[in-house]
Write a protein that binds this ligand. Structure first.
Ligand SMILES: [Zn+2]
Length: 413
């Protein structure tokens, strides 16, 4: 049977795609509502995982921004310290130059004095130095001393002055050196702080990269789960159809890709049109509160594409009861996004006819369940691609959507 073959193909493709996941149902078995519920639970959990990663990423990015701000402040501070050290080095250099100049003057003055004393000693027995060394008594010695010192007084005075200057400049230089050494200590500290901060920034960047990788992985898992959900739903449709309805291909609401192209096949099943359909909004009659908020057919903004059903709603629609339009078998009862349908139900009525109820708040029937015409199946909600609580009601013939109006003509006129 054609249906069985493609089912197997779906299964093996599925097994390959989700091999790394904890699978809930072996592929050989029929897909049950429990499988769908379990998978839907996994999808919700995965959504939480993704949201958690997004939260972490946001707070860590915030921390990184703050760190980078601190780092640039630290860099500015260090630069100012380095500038101050540069200025001090200039001042120290200048002082050293001045000290060297004074030293040169001392050296040359001393050389002159030495030369003069030497020439006095060598040229004359009467020189003050000779007298000094040949002094016979203390008073002569003192006299000689006086002469020597007078001769050298000028030079000595100059040397003393130069010496004083050098002392002063050395004192200044020592002060500058002390300042410089304090600044060097500060610079070392600031460089250490900056390095620590750079380490923190790079660690933070690594953490964010890891979070990004985690996020991509989680999204990939989510995608696999959703693909599996799609495959399950397809499998359920095929199980229910058992090959008699051909391949009832899923056609999703508001998918945007079918602008006007599909007219939904004006059904050949005119014999069942209008026949015994119950009004889906079981507690609120059409015209007495219930109305059609969006008709079947091509739509324009804010929607795009072809609207595959009727949107039925009323004031305070949220939670109102939805019933099966006709008796049949539930072939889809799924929670989740479901391509925009949100929580939705498909009931197979036989003869290729099925009805769909989307955006439900909660579902009250399970796949495989037999339902009768007018039986409560779900509550009106706002799930999936919906902008306000309503029941999106579709009629399908062999899996293709058709205008539901003729089927509800008893109510809509
Ligand atoms: Zn709709």
């Amino acid at each position: 049977m054609k249906g069985k073959v493609s089912l197997k193909a779906v299964c093996s493709a599925l097994a390959a795609a989700v091999f790394s996941l904890t699978l809930i149902a072996p592929c050989a078995a029929e897909v049950t509502q429990d499988d769908l519920d379990d998978l839907d639970r996994q999808i919700r959990e995965q959504e939480e995982v993704i949201a958690g990663i997004e939260d972490k990423t946001a707070s860590n990015q915030e921390y990184l921004d703050a760190l980078q701000k601190d780092l640039s402040l630290a860099e500015e501070k260090l630069q100012r310290t380095l500038d101050s050290i540069g200025e001090l080095n200039d001042q120290i250099g200048q002082t050293e130059d001045e000290i060297a100049q004074q030293q040169e003057k001392i050296d040359s003055t001393y050389a002159q004095l030495a030369a003069r004393l030497r020439s006095m000693y060598m040229n004359s027995q009467a020189s003050p130095l000779a007298m000094l060394f040949s002094a016979k008594d203390y008073s002569t010695f003192l006299m000689s001393m006086e002469l020597v010192s007078r001769t050298s007084a000028y030079d000595s005075k100059m040397i003393r002055e130069y010496k004083d200057l050098i002392d002063e400049q050395n004192r200044q230089k020592a002060e500058l050196d002390a300042q410089k050494s304090a600044l060097e200590t500060q610079r070392a500290q600031e460089q250490q702080e900056q390095q620590d901060m750079e380490t923190k920034v790079s660690r933070q960047k690594e953490l964010l990269a890891q979070l990004d990788a985690d996020s991509q992985e989680a999204i990939a898992i989510q995608q696999q789960l959703e693909d599996q959900m799609d495959a399950y739903e397809e499998q359920i449709r095929q199980q229910a159809a058992s090959g008699s309805h051909g391949d009832g291909k899923p056609s999703e609401e508001e998918s945007g890709g079918e602008t006007g192209g599909e007219t939904g096949g004006e059904s050949g099943n005119t014999d069942i049109e209008g026949a015994d359909f119950a009004w889906p909004l079981m507690d609120v009659a059409y015209g007495s509160g219930a109305y059609i908020s969006s008709d079947y057919g091509p739509r324009t903004d804010p929607y795009t594409g072809f609207h595959k059903g009727l949107d039925i709603t009323c004031g305070g629609a949220q939670g109102k009861r939805i019933c099966a339009a006709r008796g049949g078998t539930v072939i889809v009862a799924a929670y989740g996004w479901n391509g925009g349908y949100g929580n939705y139900i498909i009931i197979d009525h036989g003869d290729g006819l099925s009805t769909l109820y989307a955006h439900c708040e909660s579902l009250s029937v399970s796949v495989g369940e037999q339902v009768s015409r007018g039986q409560f199946i779900a509550n009106v909600g706002n799930t999936g691609n919906s902008f306000g609580p309503h029941c999106h009601f579709e009629v399908r013939i062999n899996g293709d959507h058709t205008n539901p109006r003729p089927y509800l003509s008893a109510y809509l006129g």
